[in-house]
Design a binder for this molecule. Structure first.
Ligand SMILES: O=C(O)c1ccccc1NCC(=O)[C@H](O)[C@H](O)COP(=O)(O)O
Length: 205
């Protein structure tokens, strides 16, 4: 993708077939299913398999994990059929190496400063808020923020109204959203999903 092309957009925390269809129909590049326990968006492997089965091959399906063992990530990924793994815990490079050796596409989510994407062998870096999925923004607009080198996604408190400015301010390759496309916590809004995708798509860096 060249710098002037449309940003990559991932819609996360989907739980219903209708919301998956809306996100895919509106042009999402990736859709996420939360396997991390304790979230209002958590789905089990069977539900994720049903939802992922609706997604065409050109759209990435992502399982979202936090603080789970490699064995659990492996099991849930295989049972659900998702193609990519997004990790929000404090896993180190060895953990990534183990999953990478199995050919999984890896997204490393972190709230700490990173110099360059790919340092842990991940395919995509995701810069997120310390409390992922909370809808709380972090200081991506501040002068202290230095964007990492390479391809990275921005997340944390994005919504249809601020995603364009966020992309322009940070130069992120793409964006990821959950709370900002919900009408209440854990319940997606088809209108907000469409509005977010339109706003992101119309932004050219
Ligand atoms: O969505 C959750 O509840 C969640 C729980 C545990 C780990 C990650 C989780 N979500 C990740 C995402 O939805 C996105 O990657 C991102 O954090 C979106 O955050 P926001 O748009 O601020 O809700």
């Amino acid at each position: 993708m060249s710098e002037s092309s449309a940003p990559f957009v991932k819609i996360c925390g989907l739980k219903t077939a209708h919301d998956v269809d809306v996100a895919v129909g509106a042009g999402a590049d990736a859709v996420g299913f939360v396997f991390a326990p304790g979230s209002p968006r958590t789905v089990d492997a069977a539900k994720a398999r049903e939802l992922a089965g609706r997604v065409p091959a050109g759209v990435l399906t992502v399982g979202v994990f936090r603080g789970q063992s490699v064995e659990e990530v492996r099991r849930l990924t295989e049972e659900s059929g998702v193609r990519s793994v997004q990790l929000h815990g404090d896993e180190g490079p060895e953990y990534y190496g183990e999953l990478r050796a199995e050919g999984r596409t890896l997204i490393r989510a972190t709230a700490t400063a990173v110099a360059a994407a790919g340092e842990y062998g991940e395919d995509l870096l995701l810069l997120d808020a310390p409390d992922p999925g909370s809808g709380k923004p972090w200081n991506w607009a501040s002068e202290e923020f230095t964007a990492p080198r390479g391809r990275w996604l921005l997340a944390g408190g994005l919504d249809p109204d601020n995603v364009g400015a966020a992309l322009l301010a940070t130069g992120a390759w793409g964006v990821d959203v959950s709370s900002g496309v919900e009408r209440e916590r854990g319940v997606k809004s088809p209108e907000l999903i469409r509005a977010f995708l339109a706003a992101a798509r119309n932004t050219r860096r």
